[in-house]
Design a protein around this ligand. Structure first.
Ligand code: ADP
Ligand code: ZN
Length: 520
């Protein structure tokens, strides 16, 4: 049988063309190579292993964690005429024997198994007695120990590669952030394998990020300007805030409901149903709102607070515009978000590694907010997917940010961190730069340091922006104690020595800037 992958695609599945990276991934596996395929849900990951499993001699074994999905997939395949079966705990002994016999006789193309079964010695022994075409690992992110879907049985799946080195292995997942990807490659022992990433772009979503000034008013302006009578989601950090914002939106004539994990199940279901069924409902929610929302015409997702990672941001904003029509992902952010999140991380029960990763995620998120380039590009490059030209559908593309040469100001800002001992947050540092003799400044003797009063060319708001952008550029770092103090890092020195020039985003500085001072 010399059928090509494309021929099989047409004959069995009825499709004319491969989608995204399917064709490349299939060719790679057909040639015997290992790989990791990253595509969003619905992208078409299953064909990437089903087609090689059918075309290569032997049986393709698919490790799949969800028994319900296993049944659906196998039924679908059998209906298309593929010889597929599964082995899991729902079967009785006879069914089990029947499937094993069929496999031994080579009468199967695909065999689905649950991970806990896959690693049993009896099953490994069974595998060694049949001929294998490919080993596929579905939902490969379940191997990631700090993810939501961690499955301890996945940790042992790397052994399959050692037991059957000649059989190509393909892992697939929709979770594509770099850390998870690295973890999958190393834990599944796929390090020599190729990585295929595609399909993460959501071209109809317009990304916009604005600095937090008067967030409620900014949100209301955004809704009135672009989304009168639209359905959408507003994400906030805390339960209390979802309630107060929803109330405030209602006071302003918007049909807003709050939703969070502290509400009763009944109440939550009502909100979900109203969002689904009624027109123009705005749900103000914590991240608890998301699972199981299946509404195609969500016209906007707004974030009043910065999400904890770019992966979370992508997932949350991805709920907008599933119908393919224009939708907005809009966010306000400020330094207080970062400090607040850092406190939460410090207080969390996670171990040091978890905390380090969480802090790193936050920095990447902040970098996305502060970018002066195309937002889609920075989002996609984070997932390893590409976006070759600026997208033309994000705020920085539509209104290119003005930049200014801030090398001297960067040096002043960094020196001030250094001179005051690398423990203070922006509020205090700016007081020093602006020569303000506050109680804290005087008590610390910081009116005596060489950077006291040298920052008169910028106002407080502009200095805040300088510090944020230095953080986003990785030229300055946060003291990892959760208090928001700043300290120098390796990349600070070339700037201080005058070897590296920096330009900053010119933020829209309002002329009436007198009372913008917030406490840190
Ligand atoms: P995933 O596992 O990535 O969530 P699936 O493999 O379940 O996605 O595929 C999602 C849907 O897309 C399925 O209905 C599948 O038949 C369809 N599909 C897959 N590949 C193609 C293709 N090349 N052309 C058209 N439809 C496809
Ligand atoms: Zn863009």
């Amino acid at each position: 049988m010399d059928e090509t992958p494309r021929g099989l695609l047409k004959r069995l599945f009825g499709y004319d063309e491969f989608r995204l990276n399917q064709g490349d991934a299939i060719d790679h596996v057909m040639g015997g190579g290992d790989c990791l395929v990253l595509m969003p849900t619905g992208g078409g990951k299953s064909l990437c292993y089903q087609i090689p499993a059918i075309l290569r001699p032997g049986i393709g074994v698919v490790i799949s964690p969800l028994i319900a999905l296993m049944h659906d997939q196998v039924n679908g395949l059998v209906q298309s005429g593929v010889r597929a079966a599964y082995m899991n705990s729902t079967m009785n002994y006879e069914e089990f024997v029947q499937v094993s016999r069929a496999a031994m006789r080579g009468e199967l193309d695909l065999l689905y198994v649950a991970p806990e079964r896959a690693m049993k010695p009896s099953f490994m022994d069974f595998l060694s007695r049949i001929s294998l075409s490919v080993i596929a690992i579905d939902e490969a992110h379940c191997v990631s120990q700090w993810g939501h879907d961690f499955r301890p049985e996945y940790l042992r799946l790397g052994e399959l590669g050692r037991a059957f080195p000649e059989v190509p292995r393909i892992a697939v997942t929709a979770t594509a952030d770099e850390l998870t990807r690295k973890e999958i490659l190393s834990r599944l022992d796929l390090n020599g394998g190729k990585v295929f990433v595609s399909g993460f772009d959501r071209p109809n979503i317009r990304y916009q990020v604005v600095m937090k000034e008067k967030p409620k008013k900014q949100l209301l302006d955004f809704l009135r300007r672009s989304h009168r009578n639209d359905s959408g989601i507003v994400y906030c950090m805390t339960r209390r805030k979802t309630e107060s914002i929803a109330q405030w939106l209602r006071d302003n004539g918007i049909k807003a409901l709050s939703y969070h994990g502290g509400m009763g199940a009944e109440e939550r279901r009502t909100v979900q149903e109203r969002f689904q069924d009624e027109e123009a409902v705005v749900v103000v929610a914590t991240i608890a709102f998301g699972m199981g929302i299946d509404k195609p015409d969500v016209r906007f997702v707004a974030h009043l607070d910065m999400p904890k990672s770019l992966a979370a941001y992508y997932q949350e904003t991805g709920r907008a515009g599933r119908d393919g029509l224009p939708a907005d992902a809009w966010m306000t952010y400020g330094m207080a978000d970062v400090t607040g999140q850092l406190k939460l991380i410090e207080m969390s029960e996670g171990d040091e590694r978890y905390k380090r990763i969480s802090r790193q995620n936050l920095e990447i998120m902040l970098g996305y907010c502060e970018t002066t380039g195309c937002r889609r590009r920075s989002l996609l490059s984070f997932f390893g997917d590409s976006c070759d030209v600026p997208c033309g559908n994000c705020d920085t593309c539509l209104n290119p940010v003005k930049t200014w040469d801030g090398t001297v100001q960067a040096q002043k800002a960094l020196s001030c961190v250094y001179r005051t001992g690398q423990i203070y947050g922006t509020g205090h540092l700016i007081d020093v730069l602006l020569g303000r003799g506050t109680k804290k400044v005087l008590e610390a003797g910081h009116d005596q340091v060489s950077t006291f009063g040298i920052g008169g060319e910028l106002n407080e708001r502009q200095w805040r922006s300088v510090y944020r952008q230095l953080l986003a550029m990785g030229v300055l770092s946060v003291v990892p104690d959760g208090y928001g103090g700043l300290r120098l890092c390796g990349d600070s020195w070339p700037v201080l020595r005058g070897e590296r020039r920096l330009s900053f985003r010119v933020d829209e500085v309002k002329t009436s800037d007198k009372n913008s001072r917030s406490s840190t």
